[in-house]
Design a binder for this molecule. Structure first.
Ligand code: NAD
Length: 331
C-alpha cells in the first residue's frame, strides 16, 4: 500500500517515521504542502491520503482523488467541517478522523490556565519583566476553595473532573446526556442555571452546536455568582465575546482563560509581529490582566500529535486493506 500525507509539520515527522518502522509493508510519502486542487496531483499512484489543515478542502480535490481511483481520505484531527459531505458521498470516498487523541492534553491545559488565573500569573510576569519582584498586592485564590462547574462531561470534561477532585475542589457538572458512571457519584446538577448559581468557575467542554452557540451570553453571565471565572478550550462561539467584555467590565466575571475565540482563524497560528489584528474583541480581551488567551494550543502535546499521526495512518491502511475503519466519519 502507498499513503501520501499532506500538510506534515516538522513535529509530526518523528511519529511518521515511527509508524513507518512499525508498518514496513506500507510506502509513505510526506509533504509539507497543504492539499489543494494544485497539489493534489501528487496523490496520483497512491492508495490513501492523509491531511491536516485549517483551510477547507476544495471539492475539486476530491473529484481529482476519485479520478485517480483513491477512495480513502483520513484527516489527522477531529474536525471534518472543511469537507463537503455531499461531494465525498457522491464520489464514494470514505473519510476517517481521529475523534479522541488525548483528552488529558486539553483537560490538563484548562486546569493549568485556571491556576494561572487564580495565581494572577500574567500580572506577576508583567511586574517582574519591569524589575518589580514584590509579591503584594496580587493576593491569589486557591483552587481547593473553588466550586468548579464543568459543562459537558465527555472525554475531556471527565478528565478535568478527576484532576479538579485531586486538587480538593468541589466539582459539579451539567450535561445534556449524563454519563452513567459519573451519575452514580452525584456530581450532576439538573440545569445550567443551577450550575451557574453554585459555581465559582465555569469550564466549558461541550461541542459547538446550534444549541450551544453563545451558550455564555449576557443572560448566562447575569445568572452566575459575582466574581466567577470562565474557562473555554472548546470552541470560540460558545461565548458571546461582547457579553463577556461587558461582564468583565462590571466585575460580574472576574477573569477568563480562552484557548479558543469566535473569530480565531485571523489570529491563531499566524505570526502577526507587532501588528494588531482587525479584531476589536480580541484586542480588548488580550490587553486585560485577568484574561489569558492562548492560540488553540491545548491539544498540542507529544502524545496528542503521535496519536493523530498513528491513528490517521492506521485508518487509511484499514480502509484500503479491510474496506472499513472504526474511525470512519458518518456525516
Ligand atoms: P465529547 O463529545 O466527548 O463530549 C462532549 C459532551 O458535551 C458530551 O458528553 C455531550 O453529551 C455534551 N453536550 C453536548 N451538547 C450539550 C449541551 N447542549 N449541554 C450540555 N452538554 C452537552 O467531546 P470532547 O472530546 O470532550 O471535546 C469537548 C470540546 O473540546 C469540543 O468542543 C472539542 O471541539 C474541544 N476540543 C478542543 C481542543 C483544543 O485544543 N482547544 C482540542 C480537542 C477538542
Amino acid at each position: 500500500m502507498k499513503i501520501i500525507a499532506f500538510g506534515i509539520r516538522d513535529d509530526e515527522k518523528p511519529f511518521v517515521d515511527q509508524w513507518c518502522q512499525a508498518n514496513p509493508g506500507v510506502e509513505v510519502k510526506i509533504t509539507q504542502e497543504l492539499l489543494t486542487p494544485e497539489t493534489v496531483t501528487q496523490a496520483q499512484g497512491f492508495d490513501g491520503v492523509t491531511a491536516l489543515q485549517l483551510n477547507p478542502y476544495a471539492d475539486e480535490v476530491f473529484e481529482k482523488l476519485a479520478s485517480y481511483g483513491i477512495k480513502n481520505f483520513s484527516v489527522r484531527n477531529v474536525g471534518v467541517d472543511g469537507i463537503n459531505p455531499q461531494v465525498v458521498a457522491k464520489l464514494g470516498i470514505k473519510v476517517t478522523n481521529v475523534p479522541v487523541y488525548s483528552p488529558a492534553a486539553i483537560a490538563e491545559f484548562t486546569v493549568t490556565q485556571l491556576l494561572n488565573l487564580l495565581r494572577r500569573t500574567k500580572e506577576y510576569d508583567r511586574k517582574m519583566a519591569q524589575g518589580d519582584f514584590r509579591w503584594a498586592p496580587q493576593i491569589s485564590r486557591e483552587l481547593n476553595q473553588q466550586v468548579i462547574g464543568v459543562v459537558g462531561t465527555g472525554h475531556i470534561g471527565r478528565v478535568a473532573i478527576q484532576i479538579y477532585q485531586g486538587f480538593g475542589a468541589k466539582v459539579i457538572a451539567y450535561d445534556a446526556f449524563r454519563n452513567p458512571e459519573l451519575e452514580k457519584t452525584g456530581i450532576y446538577v439538573d440545569s445550567l442555571d443551577e450550575l451557574y448559581a453554585q459555581a465559582t468557575v465555569v469550564t466549558l467542554h461541550v461541542p459547538l452546536l446550534d444549541s450551544t452557540h453563545h451558550m455564555l451570553d449576557q443572560a448566562a453571565f447575569a445568572k452566575m455568582r459575582p466574581g466567577t471565572l470562565i474557562v473555554n478550550a472548546s470552541r470560540g462561539p460558545l461565548i458571546d465575546e461582547e457579553a463577556l467584555i461587558a461582564a468583565l467590565d462590571s466585575g460580574q466575571i472576574a477573569g477568563a482563560a480562552l484557548d479558543v475565540m469566535e473569530d480565531e482563524t485571523q489570529v491563531f497560528n499566524h505570526d502577526l509581529g507587532n501588528r494588531k489584528p482587525d479584531y476589536p474583541a480580541f484586542n480588548n480581551l488580550f490587553a486585560r490582566d485577568n484574561v489569558l488567551i492562548s492560540p488553540h494550543r491545548a491539544f498540542y502535546t507529544d502524545v496528542a500529535v503521535r496519536n493523530m499521526v498513528f491513528e490517521s495512518f492506521q485508518a487509511s491502511r484499514d480502509l484500503f486493506e479491510k474496506g472499513y475503519s472504526d474511525k470512519e466519519v458518518k456525516f
